[in-house]
Ligand binder design. Structure first.
Ligand code: MTE
Ligand code: MO
Length: 157
């Protein structure tokens, strides 16, 4: 089975995870039915912490950067703030998460701020994530910085 998520950068043990690897993560680390956080979002995930435990971020890692190669979108958020808030959504009804739901991986912050009002905002809920990079300082970030850019992204995205 091919990997759907790479986790690398400032970590002791870079990893390539398959759907099966994510599925094998302990049930205690699963978050079922993410529509509880946002009515329009679907699927189940695992806590960000449960995957970070496997890669072991180095002390130099201060930001977590979410990359979506599919549409070249990226968001970089402070690691300490996102650690306990992040959910890696990867499955719907027992199968892979469809693209229409942001799959194969959709990142979710449990309680995001409104778009571009904070570092942990709704815009950082990156869809089509294929790489999580731990960085020393802020990494790549293509999030809109104002309302005009934001509207443009939503119209053309
Ligand atoms: N890959 C990718 N992820 C993305 C975006 C995008 O354009 N590409 N837009 C972001 C923005 S600005 C917002 S507000 C939310 C919208 O999520 P929704 O489509 O579930 O409402 O997704 C975020 N994740
Ligand atoms: Mo947004």
């Amino acid at each position: 089975m091919s990997a759907i998520l790479r986790i690398d950068g400032e970590v002791e043990r870079p990893l390539d995870l398959t759907f099966q690897d994510l599925k094998s993560i302990d049930e205690r680390d699963h978050v079922r039915d993410v529509s509880q956080f946002h009515p329009k979002r679907k699927g189940d995930g695992v806590t960000l912490n449960s995957v970070l435990e496997q890669v072991r971020p180095k002390p130099t890692a201060t930001y977590l950067t979410l990359h979506a190669t599919a549409d070249k979108f990226a968001a970089s958020v402070p690691l300490s703030a996102v650690r306990d808030e992040g959910i890696v959504v990867y499955t719907l009804d027992g199968g892979p998460l469809p693209t229409s739901n942001g799959g194969p991986i959709r990142f979710l912050i449990r309680n995001p701020a409104a778009c571009h009002t904070d570092e942990l905002d709704d815009c950082a809920n990156v869809k089509f994530v294929d790489r999580i990079e731990l960085t020393a300082g802020r990494g790549h970030d293509t999030r809109p910085e104002n309302e005009e850019e934001h509207e443009h992204l939503h119209e053309h995205g």
